[in-house]
Design a protein around this ligand. Sequence first.
Ligand SMILES: Cc1ncc(C[n+]2csc(CCOP(=O)(O)OP(=O)(O)O)c2C)c(N)n1
Length: 262
Amino acid sequence: MSNEILEVNVANDELEQMECVYEKPDTLTDTKMHYCPGCGHGVAHRVLMEVIDELGIQEQTIGVAPVGCSVFAYSYMNVDMQEAAHGRASAVATGIRRIHPDKYVFSYQGDGDLAAIGTAETIHTVNRGENILVLFINNAIYGMTGGQMAPTTLLGMKTTTSPFGRTVETAGFPMKITEMVATLPGAYYVARHSVHTPNAVRYLKKALTKAFQYQKEKKGTCFIEVVSNCPSGWKMTPLQANEWMEKNMFPMYPPGEIKVPK
Ligand SMILES: Cc1ncc(C[n+]2csc(CCOP(=O)(O)OP(=O)(O)O)c2C)c(N)n1
């Protein structure tokens, strides 16, 4: 239920008697998000910002968001933010972290961004072991531009540019870029989680907390994938999208820790 509906239906004195079960952290602004109902981006934003809030590093954190559905992340995330050109977020984050070695720096990137136009930047950033967190939101399509096929699109998956389903013959195999970067020596911590259940959120929060700790210790690149949904692009209800994601995305992109420090 949105705040607007709450304000209309519930009188102020009734509201005062209600128990507050959740408060938005200071690290999220009051700006209403533009995301579609059920989209994982909004939850991923909240989880990331909750962790930054709990670690007390709001003033020391700088985020980089490129083009994609999360292009307005700077309006929602109440930390210093820098926009990057499509695919270039990890390169921009590299520059920021090198200039500010004592700040916490993250990039927040979609799969079209990170695994298509930004493949080179992604691989070289991790290979150099840059002390940043790369947060990779994989919804298997280009969400913002209308649901085109991405490198992460599943075989047989219908998108606006693969209306009969992705085939190996024309588009190759789904790219498991998270497993690929885990093979690079610069990758210190690599994990894959999701945000579609409370339990999944708990795992992601733990992973993000570790990543910021490792970044403080200058251990190298931390890379966390969030397998996410796109109800609008997949043309499903939010519930159907989450069920479809579990059934179809998880076999290809299984949640769990992929590379952990020895
Ligand atoms: C250099 C450049 N090429 C292409 C585009 C068009 N474009 C904008 S967003 C986008 C896809 C974003 O998809 P993804 O990174 O998966 O994020 P999502 O929207 O799904 O969260 C594309 C191709 C652009 N803005 N700039």
